[in-house]
Design a protein around this ligand. Structure first.
Ligand SMILES: [Zn+2]
Length: 128
């Protein structure tokens, strides 16, 4: 496996417009909301959030959790623990830019990440 380190600019670009949907995080497409992983508070468009992400097998970035500002996280170690994968914690604002899921049913109001601000990043090599 090739270990690499992404720049803050690359991370920002990767996460901007990323849909808030993953194996761990399911948004409610009907109401365009997502719950804080910690307290369950309903978060929607315009809300500031903190987001924890992991890049599985250096291939696919998956959101591990979305947090409200009260439970804002800012470090990979505290949120997920350092593993041998690319991991990041970012601040973002929820937007609704739409999403085309694998099943092909476009969700025009789907929550996505905007105004991404990288708070912490742990490259794969740090996990060894
Ligand atoms: Zn919360």
């Amino acid at each position: 496996m090739v270990a690499y380190r992404l720049s803050e600019a690359e991370l920002t670009e990767l996460f901007t417009g990323l849909v808030v949907e993953s194996l761990a995080v399911k948004q409610d497409f009907g109401t365009t909301t997502i719950g804080c992983r910690q307290c369950g508070e309903t978060l929607s468009v315009g809300d500031a959030v903190a987001v924890a992400l992991t890049c599985y097998e250096d291939h696919s970035w998956e959101i591990e959790g979305v947090y409200c500002t009260d439970h804002g996280v800012d470090s990979v170690a505290e949120t997920m623990g350092i593993r041998a994968e690319n991991q990041a914690v970012v601040g973002a604002t929820l937007e609704s830019a739409g999403y085309l899921p694998p099943d092909g049913n476009f969700e025009p109001d789907a929550l996505t990440l905007g105004a991404v601000d990288v708070l912490d990043y742990s490259p794969t090599a740090d996990g060894y």
